[in-house]
Design a protein around this ligand. Structure first.
Ligand code: G3P
Length: 217
């Protein structure tokens, strides 16, 4: 399973990349806003930190302009994946941009039907938003499972990029289902290391070690 980091915070990306925990990065207009940085500048910096795909999202809504924006974003670095929304125009832009050899991440996917269209349009990645489906009392993980089953039925090569990941359980459930990639905020990826029994066990070991009076160094 690949881990993408869902942020435009370069310090957080660098820390995870040094540990081999950042196979790629996803950004979106909200994350660019949160970073307070210029999209071209921060995306270029991120592309220099990770070798894998860095998703940069277009903001036009009509296909011709999306394609122009996508071409401009793709010029930033060879590892850019142009992110387009899962609309009819977004699918047109996906088809053109993948035809030109660019990676394309089709985002804001909320149904299996939409995911089929993304695969047919040649998307490199499709991004089903798990957390936002949970927010409206649907089960986001059911969507990941449906897309996995459909893509496997037909050998679609589009990678399932589980997005809007909010918890450690989201990551492990997506892994069990077989999502190709999970993109999660740095805090969720770091939280995966935490377990209360690890903390409790470590406290006991350290207390016992203290009693031995020994030192390793
Ligand atoms: O990858 C998409 C992600 O940034 C959306 O997450 O938590 O805003 O639904 P969220």
């Amino acid at each position: 399973m690949k881990f993408f980091v869902d942020t435009a915070d370069v310090d957080a990306i660098r820390e995870l990349a040094e540990l081999g925990m950042a196979d790629g990065v996803t950004t979106n207009p909200s994350l660019i806003l949160k970073s307070g940085r210029d999209i071209l500048e921060v995306t270029r910096e991120i592309c220099g930190i990770v070798e894998g795909p860095v998703s940069a999202e277009v903001v036009a809504t009509a296909a011709p302009k999306m394609i122009e924006e996508g071409r401009k974003l793709a010029q930033i670095a060879p590892n850019i994946a142009v992110k387009v929304p899962l609309t009819w125009d977004g699918l047109k832009a996906c088809k053109t941009l993948t035809g030109e050899g660019h990676m394309v991440n089709v985002t804001l996917c909320f149904s299996a039907a939409q995911a089929i269209l993304a695969a047919k349009a040649g998307a490199t990645f499709v991004s089903p938003f798990v957390g936002r489906l949970d927010d409206i009392n649907l089960d986001g993980m059911d969507l990941i499972a449906d897309i996995r089953a459909i893509y496997d039925n037909y050998g679609f090569e589009t990678q399932i990029l589980a997005a809007s990941i909010r918890s450690v359980n989201h990551v492990t459930e997506a892994a069990k289902i077989g999502a190709d990639v999970v993109t999660a905020p740095p805090g969720v990826l770091k939280q995966m290391a935490a377990h209360p029994l690890t903390d409790k066990g470590l406290a006991t070991f350290l207390a016992d070690w203290e009693k031995t009076g020994q030192k390793i160094l």
